[in-house]
Design a protein around this ligand. Structure first.
Ligand SMILES: CCCCCCCC(=O)SCCNC(=O)CCNC(=O)[C@H](O)C(C)(C)COP(=O)(O)OP(=O)(O)OC[C@H]1O[C@@H](n2cnc3c(N)ncnc32)[C@H](O)[C@@H]1OP(=O)(O)O
Length: 197
């Protein structure tokens, strides 16, 4: 089977222009929800992924693989690596577009094993937008921002309304998320997102 994927984005798109009030390059994005497996401080075995806004339509994220993340002995579990990309890509969509969106489709390409103890540097970018569909992609570099690419990913995020979370999620946890969100914005001197698609 060829590694060559279908054209990307798969449909005609407009440029995904970051929101005028998106955090500026160099901004550390912080935790979006303390219990999030991808970034949360309260998720003990989680990825503790951290993200910084890059130039243009890019967010840089990184996380260090621990023994809790193993699949094969001494190597990161592939599904867990996909999780890291979901988080990194979601962070790019949420923070640059400032619209609530959820992963509709996520495709990963595992190119090199990722050992326990290594750090994956993930560069996620906005590739285009078509209505509610936001196309994003990312490369994960091993142990340095310019290290060899170990994993690549492409994803479709779909913009949703707040009711997606209020209908399907946990109302108490949503309050906690809202507080964290407000705190993050205050720390960065920013105002709130638009919440309707
Ligand atoms: C800072 C935050 C970081 C967080 C990172 C973590 C992000 C996550 O993990 S989110 C959790 C995982 N994702 C989910 O739980 C989503 C579950 N899925 C859903 O709720 C719904 O299927 C949802 C919202 C994606 C789409 O449903 P709905 O709102 O009814 O829209 P729908 O009309 O079906 O789709 C909208 C468009 O997207 C397209 N689409 C949706 N899913 C797909 C897919 N899998 N493949 C291709 N296209 C798709 C549809 O074809 C449609 O296209 P068009 O507008 O051209 O007709």
């Amino acid at each position: 089977m060829s590694r060559v994927s279908q054209p990307w984005p798969p449909v005609p798109v407009e440029p995904a222009v970051p929101h005028p009030k998106a955090p500026s390059p160099g901004t550390e994005l912080g935790v979006h929800f303390a219990e999030c497996f991808g970034c949360g401080d309260e998720a003990d075995a989680g990825l503790h992924l951290r993200s910084t806004v890059g130039e243009g339509q890019v967010v840089h994220s990184r996380f260090t693989v621990t023994a809790a993340h193993q699949g094969a002995p001494g190597l990161a579990h592939g599904g867990l690596l996909a999780c890291a990309f979901d988080e990194a890509l979601g962070s790019a969509v949420g923070n640059l577009m400032r619209r609530p969106a959820v992963t509709g489709k996520l495709e990963t390409d595992f190119r090199r094993p990722v050992p326990v103890g290594s750090t994956l540097f993930i560069e996620a970018r906005l590739d285009g937008i078509a209505g509610r569909k936001i196309y994003v992609s990312a490369d994960g570099h091993l142990d340095a921002e310019d290290g060899p690419v170990a994993v690549s990913a492409r994803a479709l995020f779909v913009v949703v309304g707040f009711e997606h979370f209020s209908t399907h999620g946990d109302p108490q946890a949503l309050e906690k998320l809202a507080e964290q969100h407000k705190k993050n914005l205050q720390q960065r001197g920013e105002r709130d997102w638009e919440i309707n698609p």
